[in-house]
Design a protein around this ligand. Structure first.
Ligand code: GLN
Ligand code: ZN
Length: 758
């Protein structure tokens, strides 16, 4: 069994890629220096993997910005609308597609399957040509760098089916058509790699895990059969899948002539095993077994892998198969080395450690028992760790009853009570929570964190900011105010730091998109709230004004989806634990006189499983987690929620079941679509479709906001239920913009009230 990986973290040990990109964009380094240093980084990653024991090393998994963009760039199909100045060279152009410029809005970005990595969505129109075969360049360079090393290189291509799915073709017919146009270009690239001596080529087709497009996939199979027949003698092709099982297509895919099929044996373990046991595998077909989790940060339980391998060995000859992570390693941080995570550190494995695990697993498979024993001991110890089992949390989880998930009073009744208590006009105005996080705010936070100013000084500073923002909102004439979130860096980190069961790395960065990286918290133990988390700030804000101030919390599902989560208990249970902790916070806020509480769930949609059959169960517990958080309050306390970056179509009924009194949602960028969804569903609670796009610097004129609100009314949202708010939090904007935008928004609401009565 050989060891291979499917992709390596691009950003580098210390986010080198990020800093190179940023200094290049700021023109601090020139083109030559930038490209030279990027090549050095790639080389380092290749050599490192070779040193660690990877025998078949991926090439072309690196990218200056994003791999889908690179693929589109290769096929000349990134987007026809782009216009460039005559002096622009290819590198300038490349970044314009990714980031836009004065003339060209950037290409859209969206999530890569169910990960937190965002890829660039090319604007494909069905025409393709080989614009620039960068893959061949990468391969040739890598060959030079690894000369003399006993390793094989494996160019990694995004398969045509997955590529077109990611480009969002409208229909299967178009998909089939475009695939036939793309195929010759794809084959040209393959041909060039084969001629250059590539002994392995990995073709990524993770879109197969959706199990859809029977017709298109059949066609795809025909193409692959030809490809394997033509080039398979010189080169071993891997059909690589990940993130889920491929049982829907496996029976046919084994007949496409591939030398290897790569399977996710972590997330797709059960279903893939079942499918394998039902499928007759052709002589000579090998597997790439993704046995180490590429999506999470925990050590691998070797015994489990050995059991898996023993089972498989009965069916196929494993000696020529390969062991791999279950996906690219770009979704986990670089290395645990250098972290300071105390009791949980021994249980963690990031990219480098995961590769070492693969090497160990092979040794164990070949009979090394001491490694196996050590691994068993590790897991025995972990099972007994007190942090995993907090009796008080467990007791409360057991005691949950249906009434804990239910407000007890229907919305119509709550609505009347809230109206009276909050004394709100028609078309109430509010914001989503955060206000500009200026240089000053960030500097003070840094000073506080590094101990250069005292806690008291920091709190005094935050209090001053809260006073200012309350006065600011009163002057503008907003109806429901917020405290501004100045004390928060990140909406998940802030809460994670205050709860038990969360750990934070120093350097555990993963790429979010381009040069942007995030450092997700690690949920390692039972979650609880030792003390109130937001009450001081919110109460203080409420003391400054007669108008209602919204309490502001991040929801349990969002906290879960933006963290690395323990796997010894179901995700649902972790979500409920977080919900219980937040529920206490909600009740504490109510106790100190807060009348409206917002629980943000921007990431609820993105946790939706890739397999249709798993979605209902997810939505069910996701909704329940929200309800557990919020339904302890009195009927007159108004519960808000906020969602963004969502495609609400397929989750609208779940949104309604969350039973929030008011929902604010991103709308400005997708306009009508979203409203239609809500209308068709007959959404019957308060709704605030964002009236302007906070991602842009542009100040929306009154007429435009008015028109948008009128459109909401025309499309059937009842005037009593319509709220007026921006799209999302204002933390990335500056004060003058915010002032002008919000006063236009308030003005629009006033005009509407004149027209439609108070
Ligand atoms: N309350 C948060 C804010 O305003 C919501 C952020 C989000 O939806 N991503 O910043
Ligand atoms: Zn938002």
């Amino acid at each position: 069994m050989k060891i291979t990986t499917l992709g390596f973290p691009r950003i580098g040990r210390n986010r080198e890629l990020k800093f190179l990109l940023e200094s290049f964009w700021r023109k601090e380094i020139g083109r030559e220096e930038f490209l030279k240093k990027v090549d050095a980084l790639k080389k380092e990653h290749l050599l490192l993997q070779a040193d660690l024991g990877v025998e078949v090393i991926p090439v072309g998994d690196f990218s200056l910005y994003d791999g889908v963009l690179d693929t589109a760039w290769m096929y000349g199909c990134a987007g026809k609308r782009f216009r460039f100045s005559p002096s622009a060279d290819w590198l300038d152009k490349y970044f314009v597609y990714a980031r836009g410029d004065a003339r060209n809005p950037a290409l859209e970005m969206t999530k890569w399957f169910d990960t937190n990595y965002h890829y660039i969505v090319p604007e494909v129109d069905g025409e393709f040509h080989l614009q620039y075969n960068w893959m061949l360049d990468e391969f040739n360079k890598a060959k030079r760098w690894l000369k003399g090393r006993k390793v094989e290189l494996k160019p990694v291509l995004i398969g045509p089916y997955t590529f077109l799915k990611l480009a969002k073709v409208e229909s299967e017919t178009t998909l089939v058509e475009w695939m036939s146009a793309l195929w010759p270009v794809f084959e040209e690239v393959v041909n060039s790699l084969v001629s250059a001596g590539a002994r392995y080529i990995q073709i990524d087709e993770p879109a197969l895990v959706y199990g859809r497009d029977k017709k298109a996939v059949k066609r795809l199979g025909g193409y692959y059969r030809d490809l394997n027949a033509r080039y398979g003698k010189k080169t071993r092709f891997v059909l690589q899948t990940y993130f889920e099982s491929v049982e829907e297509h496996l029976p046919e895919a084994v007949k496409w002539g591939f030398a290897y099929i790569g399977l996710d044996m972590v997330r797709g373990r059960e279903a893939n095993l079942k499918a394998l046991s039902r499928t007759r595998l052709p002589e000579g077909l090998r597997l790439v077994l993704g046995v180490v989790d590429g999506r999470n940060v925990w050590r691998t339980d070797y015994s489990q892998v050995i059991t898996l391998l023993k089972g498989l060995a009965k069916k196929i000859d494993l000696s020529n198969s390969m062991l791999s992570p279950s996906s690219s390693l770009q979704f986990v941080p670089y290395t645990v080395e250098g972290e300071d995570l105390g009791e949980i550190q021994p249980y963690l494995a990031f990219a480098i450690e995961k590769i070492k695990e693969l090497v160990d697993i092979r040794k164990v498979w070949r009979g090394n028992t001491s490694l196996l024993r050590a691994n068993r001991a590790l897991f025995k110890r972990l099972e007994r760790e007190a942090f995993r089992n907090d009796p008080e949390v467990r007791r409360r989880m057991k005691a949950l009853s249906p009434s804990d998930f239910d407000r007890g009073v229907p919305f119509a009744k709550r609505f009347a009570l809230q109206k009276k208590l909050l004394n709100l006009p028609l078309f109430p105005t509010t914001t989503i929570g955060s206000f500009p996080q200026t240089q000053e705010v960030r500097r003070m936070r840094r000073l506080y964190r590094s101990g250069q100013i005292s806690e008291l000084a920091y709190q005094v500073f935050i209090a001053e900011k809260i006073r200012e923002v309350i006065r600011f909102q009163e002057e503008l004439g907003l109806d429901v105010l917020v405290h501004g979130e100045f004390e928060r860096t990140d909406m998940v980190e802030f809460f994670g730091m205050k709860m038990k069961g969360f750990a934070f790395t120093k350097n555990g960065w993963v790429q979010s998109y381009g040069s942007r990286c995030v450092r997700p918290p690690i949920i390692y133990g039972d979650v609880s709230r030792p003390a109130p988390m937001t009450v001081n700030e919110i109460r203080y804000a409420q003391e400054q004004t007669e108008r209602p101030v919204k309490g502001m919390l991040t929801g349990p599902v969002t906290i879960l989806n933006w963290s690395f989560v323990r796997t010894d208990i179901p995700r649902k249970e972790v979500a409920y634990q977080i919900a219980l902790a937040l529920r206490e916070e909600v009740l504490d806020l109510e106790k100190v006189g807060i009348k409206a509480i917002q629980v943000d769930e921007p990431a609820l949609r993105e946790g939706l499983p890739l397999k249709a059959r798993k979605r209902r169960a997810y939505l069910d517990w996701a909704v329940k987690s929200f309800r557990l958080t919020t339904s302890g309050v009195r009927p007159e306390t108004q519960i808000h929620t906020h969602m963004c970056y969502s495609d609400f179509n397929d989750i609208i009924s779940a949104i309604s079941e969350m039973d929030a009194d008011v929902i604010s949602i991103e709308n400005a960028r997708s306009r009508g679509e979203l409203l239609d969804v809500f209308r068709e569903y007959r959404y019957d609670k308060c709704i605030g479709p964002g009236v302007y796009d906070i991602h842009s610097k542009r100040v929306p004129p009154v007429e435009e906001i008015l028109e948008l609100l009128e459109e909401c009314l025309r499309r059937g949202i009842k005037k009593e239920l319509l709220w007026v708010n921006p799209d999302c939090g204002l933390k990335t904007r500056d004060w003058p913009e915010v002032k002008r935008s919000l006063s236009n928004m308030v003005e629009a609401a006033r005009i509407l009230r004149k027209k439609y009565g108070k």
